[in-house]
Write a protein that binds this ligand. Structure first.
Ligand code: R5P
Length: 322
């Protein structure tokens, strides 16, 4: 056969092959879906049924983005609107704090009872089992220790917080202190990163050595945190006028426990804070320095999530401690 005829035959064969491929991909494979489409029914459009408007369960956060709300819903229980955060970041300024010498022995057994963990990236990576799957409020500022002067801090790299899958970023804010401007700048930078990546910021109101722990101070500090971008705020409970601290802060407040108290007093502190409007606790020493830490955190949960009174919670503590 002449060479021209052979070439023509080859071209015809190639065209035929391309046509077959076209038919297969565009008619049989992709277009096949057209045959399976189910006809829409009028009733499925819900004509006449208004779309329900949704309101977020935590105060002041209705206009936050979805990622912030998702992470806040992991830290705070949407059913109670509250949280029990277990704080064990003390070592970042105090070294091996009493009760935290061996985090694997003291903290790991408590993790299952906490709604959220507040800790440093060092503790997280070295001790906290990733399979526990608890939302982490990452200590995101660091600086001077108790051995010098507190609150001269910087912030971490946001990439590391994302790498650690942080559910919130905790930043110290020291109002009325030498490092006030620097700590507010840290909060502002953190909130900027947080809103960029959908991660909430917790403003941690510091108490300097010279500061009075009263409602006026904490109302001022908490409000400054919120105004500068904090998604929620950690303060201390005040004996007088704590409700004013809560009401003057447009976002949720959780309380730190502070120094170790007898268990009944610590439970009473929780009870009063919750009943005056706190959205939960971020508690450390009053849990991990208790003789019976598991009983204590479970009793704290009773107050925060189940509405137990001080007496009921203390009875629960005693029952569990036996
Ligand atoms: C203080 O800044 C630390 O971040 C602690 O996490 C915080 O004080 C809560 O712990 P505690 O209940 O022991 O006060």
């Amino acid at each position: 056969m002449p060479i021209r005829a052979q070439l023509r035959g080859l071209v015809c064969l190639l065209r035929l092959q391309r046509q077959c491929e076209f038919n297969y991909y565009y008619k049989e494979k992709k277009m096949a879906d057209l045959d399976g489409i189910i006809a829409n029914k009028d009733k499925d459009y819900g004509i006449g049924i208004p779309v329900q408007k949704q309101s977020f369960f935590l105060k002041g956060l209705d206009h936050c983005d979805w990622g912030i709300k998702d992470r806040m819903s992991r830290i705070f229980n949407p059913e109670t609107g509250r949280t029990v955060m277990l704080a064990f970041d003390h070592g970042y300024i105090m070294g091996p704090t009493s009760g935290l010498e061996r985090l694997d022995l003291s903290i790991v057994p408590l993790i299952e009872y906490a709604d959220s963990l507040m800790c440093t990236r060092g503790a997280l990576r070295s001790v906290v089992p990733p399979v526990c799957n608890k939302p982490v409020c990452l200590r995101y500022s660091a600086g001077t220790s108790v051995l010098t002067e507190l609150n001269n801090e910087c912030i971490l790299d946001i990439k590391d917080a994302i790498r650690l899958n942080a559910s919130a970023l905790a930043v110290m804010v020291s109002i009325g202190d030498t490092y006030e401007a620097k700590t507010i700048e840290n909060l502002v930078r953190t909130a900027d990163y947080g809103y960029t990546y959908g991660i909430p910021t917790m403003g941690v109101t510091a108490v300097g050595k010279q500061m009075t722990r009263d409602a006026r101070y904490f109302a001022t500090a908490a409000r400054i945190c919120a105004e500068n971008g904090a998604t929620f705020v950690k303060t201390y409970y005040t004996e007088q006028d704590f409700a004013k601290v809560i009401n003057a802060c447009p976002v949720p407040i959780v309380i730190a426990g502070g120094k170790k108290l007898p268990e009944k007093e610590a439970l009473d502190l929780c009870y009063r804070a919750i009943n005056e409007g706190a959205a939960g606790v971020d508690m450390g020493r009053n849990v991990f320095q208790s003789e019976k830490p598991v009983a204590m955190i479970r009793a704290v949960r009773g107050v925060v999530h189940e509405g137990l009174t001080t007496e009921q919670a203390f009875e629960m503590f005693n029952d569990l401690a036996d």
